[in-house]
Design a protein around this ligand. Sequence first.
Ligand code: PLP
Length: 419
Amino acid sequence: MHTEAAKEVIYLDNNATTAVAPQVFEAMVPYLTEFYGNPSSAYSFGQRVRGSLEHARERVAALINADPKEIFFTSCGTEADNAAIASALQTTGKKHIVTTQVEHSAIMNQCEGLEKQGYGVTWLPVNSEGLLDLGELERAIRPDTAIVTIMWANNETGVIFPIEEIAKICKAKGVLFHTDAVQTPGKISIDVKAAGVDFLSLSGHKLHAPKGVGVLYVKRRTKFLPYLIGGGQERGKRGGTENVASIIGLGRAAELARETLIDEQTRVRALRDRFENTLLERLPYLYINGNREQRLPNTSNIAFDFVEAEAILMRLDMKGICASSGSACTTGSLDPSHVLSAMGLTPARARSCVRFSFSHYNTDKDIDYALDVIPPIIEQLRKMSPLGPDHPDNDKYDVAAAREREEKAMAETMAKINE
Ligand SMILES: *Cc1c(COP(=O)(O)O)cnc(C)c1O
């Protein structure tokens, strides 16, 4: 796992995926070699694997304060998200969903697809700091609302939503509530009982377990219909032979996430803050996206005005630094991020944003290196940029100025009409 190529990389893209923890890999190996039995087989060679699988379920349950019976393993976070929504629509027979404009593509694209099939979807807006108006949520819930689905923390900006308050509103209105909590484990503490959610999604590869395994938490006594129909695996809630080794890895990762929580909230947060504050000191025309208080401790999303994020990322890549613009799932498209657009950034500013996301494995040395490399890259790109603070088009980056320009154009049009 620690090859020369991996050693040379400064990995600052931990919201896209994470390294498999060595302890996780170690826990998995026996289930890829010796213990290959099917956990559904009745003989002891299978039942031994069943025992380990159930132990992993207990560990995942402990991470979020759930009962092991409320934990179902899936193939990824996307499947968990899709399964929760699909089940709620089927069990309630209702045809309306409430969600936000800043969800991960797993929820966003599913809801867009449902809209095309005739379902109603209310897309709640966010303010310039990425925060929701809970009054607006309350007003959006209707008698025909099947489910409210709102992420716990945003993958692009790290902005955290008040899940407990949202769950209370849903409960008072008698509507199911799902939260995509894929970005939270090991970063903030999760307690499904205190939060009062009905469904919650997790993904292995965002918490130092392998790719291709996820979790759906389904609160006790909540009606649930399986998304994958097959054998009676996962007590009839998810067909398909279990991805045993990955599930066991995820169990170990869940245990590690509880241990590293303090480190993420103190040391990793301090790394992130030093990174941001130093860049803000060294470079003009930088903006941090997202509310700085209600934010994951590991995420930093920065607008570098007058420069294209894609150009920054290419130069960072040449220096061995991994970071990203928008989410990994939308890389390659030239559209600005839907999250940053929802926050009201102009398309030009949204295209200048880079997300850096840190982890337990990042060190002060990584941050020192990044802080040496980034300022000259930005200064050089700004010199080459046709735009800049003195350019007449620089208001492309300024929301207030852009609005003023639009209003002026509108006023001119109105004046012409009235002439
Ligand atoms: C990564 C991610 C997902 C998707 O998880 P996969 O396991 O990759 O399918 C869903 N939601 C959020 C917020 C994510 O960051």
